[in-house]
Design a binder for this molecule. Structure first.
Ligand code: NAD
Ligand code: UDP
Length: 318
């Protein structure tokens, strides 16, 4: 297969490129390097079958040669990134999705959309299965991301229904692991950075809000299964192990041996209170389920983050 990975130099994208190359596929990575890093894919540049084009998928770009699948991961993804780039986020979900759908249709290729648990907003149903329609504030600060992804899902289904496109949607829940940017503002990367530097961990609100954290290798197995499937989805991809943010903080303090404790800060507007995926559908149709427990995934993430290259990060902002 020759797979176009839009957003391939980012956190999830670089792991996906690696996994596809490992199983013998060719990869064409498209990225504007807004939140992606050249270092994430530097080791792939000499791999036969890997190619990277710097471009913005919301504008004009060219992909030459055969295309068997297109995976759309290109979007600002952390609350910090999409708050700082609201218009780019809306464009990535709308024009970016349309351009990549057109590319897939032209090549009669499989199209996989990386959607998000954020389509459920601050959910009033718990846990969340794929039949839940969500509870999203359409004008709140998170809406640029949530609504862009909801629009992207609608656009994907419209191309499937009206143009016969071979599409699949996955709704990704909080995923963590090596190559998260230390300053992307997400909770795992922030707590890991703070704990390794002996700083207090910044817990927003009282830390009673919950998330379900999936290790990146598990997530990438789900993405490759969706590329290989012809099922439209949507499928939740996430780890159903639900933790409060405070529990996560305490676990990271324990694993790092940090004694710096917690620092409580105000909860951001519209921060979802609870989040846990039901993954029965992905298990049934993709044969997928997460395998890596949180403490093991955090150990691997901490080992990577503590390695020397990760000290080459911007100055600490917290
Ligand atoms: P990331 O920021 O590391 O990766 C996004 C990549 O897309 C970056 O390499 C960035 O440079 C690139 N990009 C952004 N806009 C682009 C554009 N217009 N043109 C070309 N490239 C562009 O984030 P990530 O965590 O790897 O997320 C990847 C995808 O998965 C995103 O679409 C995100 O919404 C989705 N997702 C991620 C998570 C998670 O927990 N990591 C959860 C839900 C959904
Ligand atoms: N969070 C926190 N401290 C931080 C960063 C995040 O307590 O330094 C909280 C945040 O308020 C949210 C949860 O951790 O309740 C997950 O935040 P993240 O930005 O990782 O993802 P999302 O909100 O998109 O699930």
């Amino acid at each position: 297969m020759r797979v176009v990975v839009a957003g391939g130099s980012g956190f999830l994208g670089s792991h996906l490129c690696e996994a596809l190359l490992e199983r013998g596929d060719s990869v064409c990575c498209l990225d504007n390097f807004s939140s992606g890093r050249a270092a994430n894919i530097a080791h792939l540049l000499s791999t036969p079958g890997f190619q990277c084009t710097t471009c913005d998928v919301t504008g004009r770009f060219r992909v030459s040669g055969r295309v068997d699948a297109v995976v759309h991961l290109a979007s600002p993804a952390s609350p910090y990134d999409y708050h700082n780039h609201p218009l780019e986020t809306l464009a990535a979900g709308s024009r970016g999705t349309e351009n990549l759908l057109n590319l897939a249709v032209r090549h009669q290729a499989r199209f996989v959309l990386a959607s998000t648990s954020e389509v459920y907003g601050d959910p009033q149903v718990h846990p969340q299965d794929e039949d839940y329609w969500g509870h999203v504030n359409p004008i709140g600060p998170r809406s640029v991301y949530d609504e862009a992804k909801r629009f992207a899902e609608a656009l994907t289904m419209a191309h499937r229904r009206s143009r016969g496109a071979d599409t699949g949607i996955v709704r990704i829940f909080n995923t963590y692991g090596p190559r998260m940017r230390a300053h992307d503002g997400r909770v795992v990367s922030t707590f890991v950075r703070q704990a390794l530097r002996g700083r207090p961990l910044t817990v927003y609100g009282d830390g009673g809000q919950t998330r379900s954290f999936c290790y990146v290798d598990d997530l990438v197995r789900g993405l490759t299964a969706m590329i290989d499937s012809s099922h439209p989805g949507p499928f939740n991809l996430g780890n159903p192990g639900e933790r409060t943010v405070r529990e996560l903080a305490e676990l990271i303090l324990l694993l790092t041996g940090s004694r710096a404790g917690l620092r409580f800060l105000p909860l951001p507007v519209d921060d979802p209170v609870r989040r846990r995926p039901v993954v029965d559908r992905a298990r049934e149709h993709l044969g997928w389920q997460p395998r890596v427990p949180l403490d093991e995934g955090l150990r691997r993430t901490l080992a990577w983050s503590a390695a020397p290259t990760e000290t080459l990060t911007p100055p600490d902002r917290s």
